[in-house]
Write a protein that binds this ligand. Structure first.
Ligand SMILES: [Zn+2]
Length: 193
């Protein structure tokens, strides 16, 4: 794709490009394989522990192993179901910072910040992008009034008007790139512009 075909204002056509659809399919296959590996790892691991360790009775080991395996399977099936949803468009309506306290068992506690971007979708729903201090990319990237699109298959966001930006985030690996680039420095996939 040439520069002149990729204006900085408007939704990118990269999302529907054959190359991107192939990347999405490939990533999906990889995560399905990993889901099965981890879902089986726990029952098998605890079975072995139950058979060969004196400290853990077999029935207890099997219960914990299958429980954890099913838990991982359920979380990932739920994620897969979400990635097949339709993309949504919305407008950033608010940004806020929230302080949280996490208590430890020894009575001490530590504070951490959450950075939240509220987006109102065209259907009138409010979506939240919640980030922590390290990795608050979308919080710094988006401003109130920005139009954004969520790409469920990649679980990432795209800004409608990129014309004032100096950076663009890769929608595949989330890496930050100069806006002048057409492909991601980190994963070499097409950038959404
Ligand atoms: Zn990338």
């Amino acid at each position: 794709m040439h520069e002149e075909e990729r204006p900085l204002v408007g939704w990118s056509r990269v999302a529907d490009a054959p190359e991107m659809l192939e990347t999405i399919q490939r990533n999906r296959r990889t995560s399905i394989i990993w889901t099965w590996v981890f879902s089986l790892l726990f029952p098998v691991g605890f079975l072995i522990a139950g058979l060969f360790s004196d400290e853990m009775p077999l029935n207890e080991a099997l219960m914990v192993g299958f429980g954890l395996g099913l838990f991982i399977l359920a979380i990932n099936l739920w994620r897969f179901a979400n990635t097949k949803r339709r993309a949504w468009d919305g407008v950033v309506v608010k940004k806020m910072e929230k302080r949280h306290y996490k208590r430890h068992d020894d009575g001490s506690s530590h504070a951490y910040m959450e950075y939240i971007v509220l987006v109102e979708t065209e259907q009138g729903k409010t979506k939240r992008i919640v980030e922590r201090k390290r990795g608050r990319d979308m919080y710094d990237y988006l401003v109130v009034g920005d139009r954004v699109r969520y790409h469920p298959a990649l679980e990432t966001y795209e800004k409608y008007d990129k014309s004032k930006d100096e950076v663009i985030y890769c929608n595949v690996c989330r890496g930050r790139n100069p806006i002048s680039k057409d492909r991601c420095d980190r994963c070499n996939n097409l950038l959404f512009k």
